[in-house]
Write a protein that binds this ligand. Structure first.
Ligand SMILES: [Zn+2]
Length: 350
């Protein structure tokens, strides 16, 4: 038995799953998928179920784009020099290493050139700087092996220095020293081009804008950066499943590893995920994507498009139209009118 609603076939419950599978063949986006369904088929809640099916398709999720960045959280401006400092190591093609330490307040920086970059060597260099400038309250570093070692931790603890670490693959978070490194690199390139051995007398204009120390400018910078990155508060929470971005091997590499991970920690843009066994990874929010299970877990299907209770009366032409006006009889398949036997002698007229 075929039941029609308008010009669309009412799909029985038992066939819905198969129909959705067919409509998603070739992995179309939600708009195309709904259009395919809308032309011929209908059941109550067809829109919502199509959206859910599309959103929870495993393959489509693997190639979708990562989460948007969270709104920027700017560091507070320190109240005095050498209160908060930032450190980073920069390798040179010559085999030397630059240990750069920048003061957040004044943008003053110290550079130590070193051959070996053991924790011991770094701590010695820091000690020397601390003797000159005093003890900082906190320091920010990236996750270089020297900064993760227990010796380094011991040293900081012995001096009561707070250690803030940035997320791997997200050097922007250690912004101050990364910017300083660019300035230094520029100076060194010029020195190299001019075949000099020292950068001390390079007369490059200082790139560092001390003016943005001003809180107001920082606020403006935040608004601009947030707008540029289309930042939004992410609704990923602890316990959620996420996909983790993978490096591109070639143009066909999917954006994400195919196994979903579970979020076990979240602080601003930084989240920690686990594979459920032993491995834990720290990633930034822009390197993950919320994963939707086919059974609708993780994110409840909240449809932005109102539920399609009334099917559009004319197919193809106007998909948004869902008013209930009666259709001209021509567009509907006409049922054959058979006359009951007792009327066989009567004359019927329209
Ligand atoms: Zn798909």
């Amino acid at each position: 038995m075929l039941v029609l609603r308008g010009s669309r076939i009412l799909v029985p419950k038992s066939l819905k799953e198969n129909v959705l599978k067919l409509a998603h063949e070739g992995h179309p986006g939600i708009v195309v998928m709904k259009r395919n369904l809308w032309t011929k088929l209908w059941w109550p809640g067809i829109d919502r179920e199509a959206e859910k099916f599309c959103r929870s398709c495993n393959s489509c999720q693997l190639v979708s784009s990562p989460e948007k960045s969270e709104p920027m959280k700017s560091t507070d401006i320190p109240s005095s020099p050498w209160e908060h400092i930032s450190a980073d190591l920069m390798c040179l093609p010559t085999g030397d290493n630059l240990f750069v330490v920048v003061d957040y307040y004044s943008r003053y920086f110290e550079v130590d050139v070193m051959r070996s970059t053991t924790t011991d060597r770094i701590v010695r260099s820091l000690r020397k700087m601390v003797l000159t400038h005093g003890l900082p309250v906190s320091r920010t570093t990236d996750n270089g092996p020297q900064f993760r070692s227990s010796d380094f931790k011991d040293y900081l603890e012995s001096e009561v220095i707070m250690h803030r670490k940035t997320t791997p693959l997200w050097p922007q978070a250690n912004g101050e020293v990364e910017r300083q490194n660019r300035t230094l690199l520029k100076r060194m390139r010029i020195a190299f081009a001019e075949k000099r051995n020292s950068i001390s007398d390079t007369s490059v204009e200082e790139d560092v804008e001390i003016t943005d120390r001003d809180g107001q400018n920082k606020g403006k910078g935040k608004l601009y950066a947030d707008a540029r990155r289309q930042a939004k508060e992410s609704d990923i929470g602890i316990g959620d499943k996420v996909l983790v971005k993978q490096d591109k091997q070639d143009k066909l590499t999917p954006n994400f590893y195919d196994e979903p991970y579970k979020v076990i920690e979240k602080s601003g843009n930084a989240i920690t995920v686990t594979d459920g066994r032993n491995a834990k990874y720290k990633r930034t929010i822009t390197h993950v994507k919320q994963y939707n299970d086919a059974d609708g877990k993780n994110k409840d299907c909240t449809s932005e498009i109102p539920e399609d209770c009334v099917p559009p009366q004319s197919d193809d032409t106007n998909l948004e139209d869902s008013n209930d006006t009666p259709v001209p009889s021509t567009s509907r398949p006409k049922r054959e009118a058979r006359l009951p036997a007792r009327f066989k002698d009567s004359v019927m007229s329209d």
